[in-house]
Design a protein around this ligand. Structure first.
Ligand code: ADP
Ligand code: ZN
Ligand code: ZN
Length: 700
């Protein structure tokens, strides 16, 4: 029998072509999705059979003598056609090669193994799984669902059965948007939906923004389904754990997969449900390599595999919200959970107008006296408070009043942050750290002072204002060491902390039972940021922060959130006061429509980096000229190159260029011609460090 030609996806650099699959010969046919080793140059790499190549003819013919494939991973089932289709779609949509994307989303440990190595791992794993003790027979108590939860589940069952009844037909269930504030019982709905698909012998995929912050969710699923295996997939696992969990999902030995954004690529032969919790969260967007949105891919995967997708949020992304608005263009079904479980009220939102406070030495006080009084009252009542400020460190910059010196980073266009505890100036962009100088490096003045404040200073000031109070800080600096985050959270849960100070890290996902007061110290900057999504993110952050308060119905009547602001009249705060996401979303959508911004247009961002800004600029200008010459370009606007907010990092200058199209299809049409041509132009631009395309960028 003659050898067959296989197209094999390997992690080859992008310029080898956007399809990214290389041809090899094989003595026998291997099904698409088979993992195997292949030679590439002098190396031996992991690859995936993408398809059997048609016998080549004419000019496109591959070289006559193809290298033979190496050994196939015989014991491992091939990646399913649906998985290959998902990767194909994602690679083409985000403009990467299939090989690069496919290999990037496999567990890295797999690349190190040869066929016998994997066979050994598999045998060990299966032996262990088969020998595992039978699970405890008593699942936890399940609450009686409320009316809104029941209605949401009824809609879910309709979607589930629509899919089951119509298998093979064109109808596919619409994604469900579960819209409810923190504590409205969304997770309980996920659990019931998962129960239904598990009972039908299917697997459930649950995506969360940051798994390290949500061990409670994992515990809840594990407790509810003791008879089912649950595995997690996230970057906090060791390579060996990640491989093991991935194998358990792929072999169908795990019924529930809880993952961060990478989880959307988990191989699941019996997939029956996808949940995306906090679907609006920016961490669903990968920020390097293939810059995919796991939320958007989850929706695509649900469509592809005909399984229901539940997107949950108190503050859905405006893209999702728009899809769920009633009307002829409605694509998602909105399911509302308007009440908190147990009748707990949302905190009363109070705005404090910082403009009324007298300034001392030109500075406003950190906290308004009224807010400090509220904190004292909560402490006296034995309740907990949460104070957050979105800036870590002691002060964002150190300053000499005599000569005007500021603690700039020599390598970045950014200030170095003063960290008082460690006596350092540290750049949060490149990491460059030095000891704090004794005197001004420019003029020798001994009196250099911090300007502004971060969480470290806030903690210090709170300690002065609230003598005797037990204050803890939670931010990327205090949570750096292993187990530090968990330890601090445990203290809060145990009631050993009166006031928890931190960055937005404190607002995410933690189920703090005893917090009755939340203070947002200085959230205004987002109101005027150049990024059009900043208000959307601020609203979500404040709603989420407020959601930390009053989750225990017993205390809920008294819970409140203070927002210290210089702009108390801003409509965003007015909507926040009423907890009125719909009104906020409507006003934002109206603004976006008027400005032609997403979701009313579709964007891509072309970024370029170089030591020499002129090189990056020339590259982008050439790219713009190229775009204008392409047939797909009509109706698409390419804006002039601009520097991002921080234009230089670690000595590298950065520039970016926005591309705006009236429809997704138009944008994709242009990108499909443009990006491969850009790869072709690359060699003409010596000195260009990097370039990248970001489709549907989150921040511009
Ligand atoms: P969310 O995910 O919207 O924050 P949860 O599902 O976590 O809400 O519900 C909040 C709390 O209320 C949890 O402790 C949960 O166990 C409980 N809970 C949820 N639904 C009910 C219900 N119908 N009856 C009683 N308790 C419930
Ligand atoms: Zn000076
Ligand atoms: Zn720096």
């Amino acid at each position: 029998m003659s050898a067959v030609t296989l197209a094999v996806a390997v992690d080859a650099p992008q310029h080898s072509g956007l399809t990214g699959a290389l041809h090899y010969s094989s003595a026998q046919p291997l099904p698409p999705g088979t993992l195997l080793r292949v030679p590439l140059g002098k190396r031996d790499m992991l690859g995936i059979v993408w398809h059997t190549a048609a016998p080549a003819t004419g000019a496109d013919a591959p070289p006559l003598v193809l290298r033979p494939v190496g050994e196939a991973f015989a014991g491992l089932p091939p990646m399913a056609p649906a998985w290959l289709a998902l990767v194909d779609f994602a690679a083409s949509y985000y403009q990467r090669s299939v090989g690069e994307l496919a290999l990037a989303v496999l567990p890295p440990e797999l690349r190190k193994l040869d066929a016998p190595g994997l066979a050994k791992r598999l045998a060990g794993l299966l032996k262990k799984l088969d020998a595992a003790p039978p699970p405890p027979a008593t699942p936890v108590q399940r609450p009686q669902l409320g009316d809104e939860q029941l209605a949401a589940l009824a809609a879910f069952h309709t979607a589930l059965h629509a899919h089951a009844d119509q298998a093979g037909a064109a109808s596919r269930p619409a994604p469900l948007l579960l819209h409810g504030v923190t504590g409205s019982g969304k997770t309980e709905v996920y659990l019931h939906a998962a129960e239904a698909v598990l009972a039908a012998g299917r697997q459930a995929l649950v995506l969360v923004p940051e798994i390290n912050l949500t061990p409670q969710l994992e515990a809840r699923f594990a407790a509810r389904f003791p008879q089912h295996r649950l595995v997690s997939l996230h970057s906090g696992l060791t390579p060996v754990q990640r491989l093991r969990h991935w194998l358990m999902a792929h072999l169908g030995r795990a019924d529930i997969v809880l993952g961060t954004r990478m989880g959307v690529f988990a191989p699941l032969p019996r997939l029956g449900l996808i949940v995306v919790d906090e679907e609006h969260d920016p961490s669903y967007k990968q920020q390097e390599g293939a810059r995919y949105s796991a939320r958007d891919l989850a929706v695509y995967r649900g469509h592809l595999e005909r399984v229901p997708v539940i997107l949950g949020s108190a503050t859905p992304s405006l893209e999702t919200w728009q899809h769920a608005l009633p009307g002829p263009r409605q694509r998602y079904q909105r399911l509302a959970l308007d009440a908190r479980v147990g009748g707990g009220a949302l905190p009363r939102v109070r705005l404090f107008d910082m403009g009324v406070l007298p300034r001392v030495n030109g500075q406003s006080p950190v906290l308004a006296p009224l807010v400090v009084d509220s904190l004292r009252q909560r402490i006296a009542a034995g309740e907990q408070s949460l104070v957050f400020l979105n800036r870590r460190g002691y002060a964002p910059v150190l300053h000499c009043a005599d000569c005007g010196w500021k603690s700039g980073c020599p390598h970045c266009s950014a200030w170095r942050v003063f960290h008082k505890g460690e006596r350092t100036l540290r750049c949060h962009h490149c990491g460059f750290t030095e000891r704090v100088p004794r005197a001004c490096p420019d003029c020798g003045n001994l009196d250099i002072a911090p300007l502004g404040r971060g969480t470290e200073k806030l903690e210090e000031q709170l300690a002065e204002l609230l003598p005797g109070a037990r204050i803890a800080r939670l931010d990327a600096d205090t949570a750096r060491g292993k187990g530090q985050l968990e330890a601090r959270l445990a203290e809060v849960h145990a009631g050993d902390v009166d006031v928890l100070v931190g960055t937005q890290m404190v607002t995410k996902g933690h189920d703090f039972r005893r917090i009755t007061l939340v203070v947002a110290v200085n959230p205004d900057s987002a109101l005027f940021a150049s990024d059009f999504r900043a208000p959307e993110r601020l609203f979500a952050l404040l709603m989420q922060a407020g959601g930390r308060a009053g989750r225990d119905a017993g205390q809920a009547s008294a819970s409140e959130m203070w927002v210290q602001t210089w702009h108390p009249q801003h409509p965003l705060y007015a909507a926040l006061k009423r907890h009125d996401f719909a009104a906020f979303a409507a006003s934002q959508l109206a603004e976006r429509a008027a400005a032609g911004l997403p979701p009313f247009s579709h964007l891509a961002l072309l970024r370029a980096e170089s030591r020499d800004a002129a090189v990056a600029l020339a590259w982008l200008q050439d790219a713009a000229t190229l775009a204008a010459s392409l047939p797909g370009g009509d109706g698409v606007t390419v804006y002039p190159p601009v520097p991002p907010a921080v234009s230089k990092v670690a000595g590298i200058e950065r520039l970016q260029m926005l591309v705006e199209a009236p429809s997704r299809a138009r944008l994709q049409h242009l990108l499909a011609a443009w990006v491969p041509a850009l790869h072709g132009q690359r060699s003409r631009h010596k000195g260009l460090a990097r370039w990248a395309i970001d489709v549907d960028p989150l921040a511009i």
